[in-house]
Design a protein around this ligand. Structure first.
Ligand SMILES: Nc1nc2c(ncn2[C@@H]2O[C@@H]3COP(=O)(O)O[C@H]3[C@H]2O)c(=O)[nH]1
Length: 735
């Protein structure tokens, strides 16, 4: 059997001592990197091959287009005198030659390196099976697999850069792998163009010593990621079914890629090809799953829920209600709207449109409005906080604001109608996880695939769901509007729903402060936009501007969501934010920070434009004081905050009010203000605690054990300092 270990046999152009790594033989004779060795005993064959080499000299065929090799388990290596672990490489694509036993002395005579033991080992680098085990463990993460493969290749070949191309069999193109979410989204090139395309077409490795002298080199193709190629080792990835998977290009090794590098690559590429083939298959399966999920995402949440005719007729036939039907205090800014009971949310939502005159003014079809309100309510998922009761509470606060003289003067009717609809729909299909969860989670949620490039992933989805509802025949309440007005309202709804992304609000906060400081100018489109965003954000945070009991209980629901997300992230191997990690979160300090940096400023700003809402700023400042007092109480007793139950502790709540009363009696009065249980006229008294959304996590019973967070209330000020700072601010800004 003719056995060779790739003994390099440059054309006899230089002394036999030429190093295997020598860049090339004399300039006039192109070194054949892996041309069939000439050390056959049969002189006739030898001469024929020599003539072929000389004939091909300097032509495109003389470019080290190695023949395909296959790796065969060592069988007779012991008889060949080769070290036991050297795999025997047998050519597949050459005519099977007379099996001849290769004597080691032949190697000395023909190979271009001295055949000492160490060289022989170097000549035939084996690739430890442990590498392939590593590859096979990564087939579910294509990017990770590619990184691992390249790391192994660079470790052995010491190349500077690399590029990976996959073969798109459908379009017969080589596609650059750019780590994008979806496969085959990179730049595509014709097969057979450039070195990449030639290696793909011939399925043969090419080792180009000097790209500037290679006729196949095409810079636009063969130089990717701003690499300036000097030399290239490009090898095909061909799986065990001889299908081309792709091409890997290694750039710039000093002084050039050697025979050994080729040998290594030939062994390496076979396993790499199969590992990548599996990873691509896994990726394609994942993409199909994502596409299926994305199709699901385009469905309106709850669209499978049948809206019963009886429910529609109950709303349609319900006589027009005055707001006093729900409670004598229903129109107070301090009234906690959930207390009317979930069975009244739909009716009250209908009343908002009537009370503001929109039903008459825009000829809103009552049946369609009923259908929309019912369809919106089933569009919310039963998560602890971002649920239908949150949407109702937000819409109630918006209704309170829209009916004030200040807002009637500041905004036109279409803007006010847009705000009301936006509040009702602003969190439709919320999953109880944050935007950053959509973007960071390892498996890329379908929403992040759909919207991640623009940011505000969830808000864009909420808007998409809203528009789909408004376009449904049964819910098209805006059908009687002129097309231009419809577009104006839809655009306004989009802007204010996007404004509910708290990170978007923080970017606008300074502009809103400037608008307030300079005085609201109704002739300014920017001022109108900023005011609508402020009303939307205040409505979204309004639970924190009610009494402390309401604020605390709703905050509990927020942390139920946060902790459930933290549990999910831990399962996914992602470290959750401290405030979402139930074992580390300490709610009082998170609340103190959130109210001081976001909540209180929002209602102070709103109160300067809407004097009728002045009490909301006082209420949220009072709640900030309560959280500071709660923090002091809990710090003395850390064990008490091991669960969220302490937020339901009525005795603790009374102690908080006593502490605050000593500092600011007015604040204590606002924080402790409770409304009698609400019995809407003629309905069953409320039994179930409507603030209660008991919840056991998205997929696991949650283990509690949060401990007080280290350090103060975050930022540079502790709670007491923040209170003093707020009191100073209040004295400056005339509320
Ligand atoms: N920590 C904290 N965050 C809140 C509170 N109220 C609202 N938020 C956050 O403010 C965000 C406003 O937009 P979202 O409703 O999407 O999500 C809301 C919560 O993440 C609160 O009381 N505490």
């Amino acid at each position: 059997m003719t056995v060779f270990t790739g003994a390099a046999t440059a054309a006899k152009s230089s002394t036999s001592s030429t190093s295997a790594n020598n860049a090339s033989a004399s300039p006039t004779v192109w070194r054949k990197t892996s041309h069939p060795p000439l050390h056959f005993n049969n002189n006739e064959t030898r001469n024929r091959n020599l003539q072929m080499q000389l004939k091909n000299r300097g032509t495109k065929d003389d470019w080290g287009a190695s023949l395909r090799y296959d790796i065969e388990e060592p069988t007779s290596s012991c008889s060949s005198g080769l070290p036991i672990d050297v795999p025997i490489v047998r050519k597949l694509s050459r005519p099977l030659i007379q099996q001849q036993q290769q004597k080691m002395e032949d190697l000395d005579e023909t190979c271009s390196v001295s055949s000492t033991d160490s060289d022989r080992t170097i000549l035939s680098p084996t690739v430890p099976m442990s590498i392939f085990d590593k590859f096979l463990c990564l087939t579910s993460n294509l990017s990770g697999l590619i990184s691992c493969i390249i790391a192994e290749a660079r470790k052995t070949t010491e190349c500077e850069q690399y590029a990976v191309f996959f073969y798109d069999d459908d379009n017969k193109k080589m596609v650059l792998f750019n780590n994008e979410t979806m496969l085959m989204t990179g730049k595509a090139y014709e097969l057979n163009t450039g070195i990449v395309g030639r290696v793909g077409a011939t399925q043969r490795t090419m080792n180009i010593r000097d790209v500037s002298r290679c006729p196949f080199f095409v810079s636009d193709i063969d130089e990717q990621f701003d690499v300036k190629a000097r030399n290239i080792l490009a090898f095909p990835l061909v799986d065990s079914s001889h299908s081309l998977i792709g091409v890997i290009v290694l750039y710039n090794k000093t002084p050039g890629f050697s025979r050994n590098d080729e040998k290594f690559i030939k062994r390496f590429s076979y396993f790499v090809a199969n590992a990548i083939a599996h990873a691509i298959l896994a990726k394609q399966i994942e993409e199909v799953r994502t596409r299926i999920h994305m199709v699901e995402e385009f469905k309106v949440q709850g669209e499978d829920v049948v809206i019963e005719e009886v429910d529609i007729m109950r709303l349609v036939n319900d006589p027009l209600r005055d707001w006093r039907y729900f409670s004598q205090n229903f129109a107070d800014f301090s009234f906690p709207p959930r207390s009317v009971g979930e069975n009244h949310f739909h009716k009250a939502s209908m009343m908002f449109f009537e009370d503001l005159g929109f039903s008459m003014q825009y000829k809103l079809n009552k049946r369609k409005l009923s259908f929309l309100v019912l369809r919106v309510s089933v569009g919310y998922r039963p998560v602890p906080y971002h649920n239908w009761s949150h949407a109702f509470a937000v819409t109630h606060f918006c209704w309170l604001t829209l009916r004030t003289d200040a807002i009637r003067r500041a905004l036109n009717d279409m803007e006010r109608l847009s705000l009301l609809i936006a509040c009702l729909c602003h969190d439709i299909d919320h999953r109880g996880t944050t935007n950053s969860f959509q973007m960071q989670s390892l498996q890329k949620t379908p929403l992040s695939v759909l919207y991640s490039t623009e940011g505000s992933v969830l808000e864009r989805h909420h808007f998409a769901q809203t528009i789909k509802l408004l376009q449904q025949e049964e819910c098209s309440i805006l059908e009687n509007l002129p097309a231009a007005d419809f577009r104006t309202i839809v655009n306004t709804i989009r802007e204010v729903i996007l404004a509910t992304d708290i990170s978007a609000h923080l970017k606008k906060q300074e502009r809103i402060k400037t608008m307030i400081r300079e005085g609201y100018n109704p002739m300014s489109f920017d001022h109108r936009y900023l005011l609508m965003c402020l009303v939307m954000t205040a409505s979204d945070l309004s639970d924190q501007a009610k009494n402390f009991h309401n604020a605390k209980r709703i905050a509990e629901n927020i942390y139920l969501e946060f902790f459930a997300q933290g549990d999910l992230e831990l399962q996914l191997g992602v470290k959750p934010l401290e405030m979402m990690d139930r074992t580390n979160a300490y709610v009082p300090t998170v609340q103190i920070d959130f109210l001081y940096k976001i909540g209180v400023p929002v209602f102070q700003l709103l109160a300067t434009v809407v004097p009728e809402g002045k009490t909301t700023a006082e209420a949220i400042e009072a709640n900030h004081m309560c959280w500071v007092a709660l923090d002091e109480e809990c710090r003395n007793n850390p064990a008490a905050t091991n669960e969220l139950e302490y937020l339901r502790d009525e005795q603790l709540e009374r102690r908080i009010y006593e502490k605050v009363r000593k500092i600011d009696p007015r604040a204590a009065e606002l924080a402790s203000k409770r409304f009698e249980p609400v019995y809407a006229n003629g309905t069953v008294p409320q039994t179930q605690d409507i603030l209660d959304h008991r919840f056991d996590g998205y997929d696991k019973k949650y283990q509690l054990g949060c401990h007080p967070g280290s350090g103060g209330s975050g930022g540079q000020m502790n709670g007491k300092q923040q209170i003093r700072s707020l009191q100073k601010t209040k004295s400056k800004v005339s509320l």
